[in-house]
Design a protein around this ligand. Structure first.
Ligand code: CP
Length: 305
């Protein structure tokens, strides 16, 4: 693996290998001394053009737990603010001999563009527009693996599908790994030509919940709505598409609840569900660190890869 640009580019075998490698790092992250200097001497640069709490922090923690030097660069504090292009920024970081550049960008394809132009070093997609978020899905797969696996399971992905890179990465993963995805949203939050995705599509959440093993709730990405009114109000959205305790009670026994974060409590998910027994939200966060450790080791080499 030279870069990690998307789940689309990975084979089922490569995905499973990354998930298993990540699971092997879970015990390390729970030890009092959380260090395995597999990547000592390597340099990881986090280049974030969009806000992030989970992804950026977990890449930093992952790199540091593995002994790498990690540098965080936010677009607002960089020469991008003075007009430097994305490619010149990436080439500058390459000239400093970065081993891995982790990039989040609002434009789909930005990590791919950098990867095409860098002769050395690896590029990791930490979320590009509404295109892909591969390391979030690797974290989710670690979570599913820790809860009995994904084989034969049905995951209902609910909410703002139109803007969701996580939903698209899960669609790729589901095709390769053999789990079923249901997309659930009002028509206005479904992408154009959604039937091309080749999965079940629902506009009625209560119908979609029936028989689902996992309810994967998505944040309404109000920052990407560009002042377009795609639903009457957040209150009405919650009534139709919010996961409440009453709705969850009607789901299959043992149904799990996931959310990539950050959550809009009271919009797509009620607090009592987010903090309830079925919720895996904080496990997803913990597994995100292990997933990113696996990605860094796989890209930089090291004894564990
Ligand atoms: N899930 C996710 O990507 O969260 P952040 O935006 O906080 O990184």
């Amino acid at each position: 693996m030279r870069h990690l640009l998307g789940i689309q580019e990975l084979s089922a075998e490569e995905i499973c290998k990354l998930v298993e490698l990540a699971r092997s790092f879970l015990a390390l992250s729970r030890r009092p001394v959380k260090k395995a200097p597999i990547l000592r001497g390597k340099t990881v640069i986090n280049l974030f053009f969009e806000p992030s709490t989970r992804t950026r922090t977990s890449f930093e923690i992952a790199g540091k737990r593995l002994g790498a030097d990690v540098v965080n660069l936010s677009a607002k504090a960089s020469a991008v603010e003075k007009g430097e292009t994305l490619l010149d920024t990436a080439r500058t970081l390459q000239a400093m001999n970065a081993d891995v550049i982790v990039i989040r960008h609002r434009l789909a394809g930005a990590p791919h563009l950098i990867a095409q132009h860098l002769a050395r070093g690896a590029v990791v997609n930490a979320g590009d527009g509404a295109h892909e978020h591969p390391t979030q899905v690797l974290a989710d797969l670690v979570t599913l693996a820790e809860h009995g696996g994904w084989e034969g399971k049905t995951i209902a992905i609910v909410g703002d599908i139109a803007h969701s890179r996580v939903a698209r990465s899960h669609l790729w993963a589901s095709r390769k790994l053999g789990y079923r995805v249901r997309l659930v949203a009002p028509k206005t939050l479904l992408p154009a030509e959604v039937e091309r995705f080749g999965c079940e599509v629902f506009t009625d959440l209560d119908a979609a919940i029936e028989g689902a093993d996992v309810l994967y709730m998505l944040r309404v990405q109000t920052e990407r709505l560009e002042s377009r009114a795609l639903f009457p109000s957040l209150r009405e959205y919650h009534e139709a598409y919010g996961l409440t305790k009453a709705r969850l009670a009607r789901a299959k026994k043992g149904c799990l609840v996931m959310h990539p974060g950050p959550m809009n409590r009271g919009v797509e998910i009620a607090s009592e569900v987010a903090d309830g027994l079925a919720s895996l939200v904080l496990e997803q966060v913990e597994h995100g660190v292990a997933a990113r450790m696996a990605v860094l080791v796989s890209l930089c080499g090291g004894e564990a890869s």
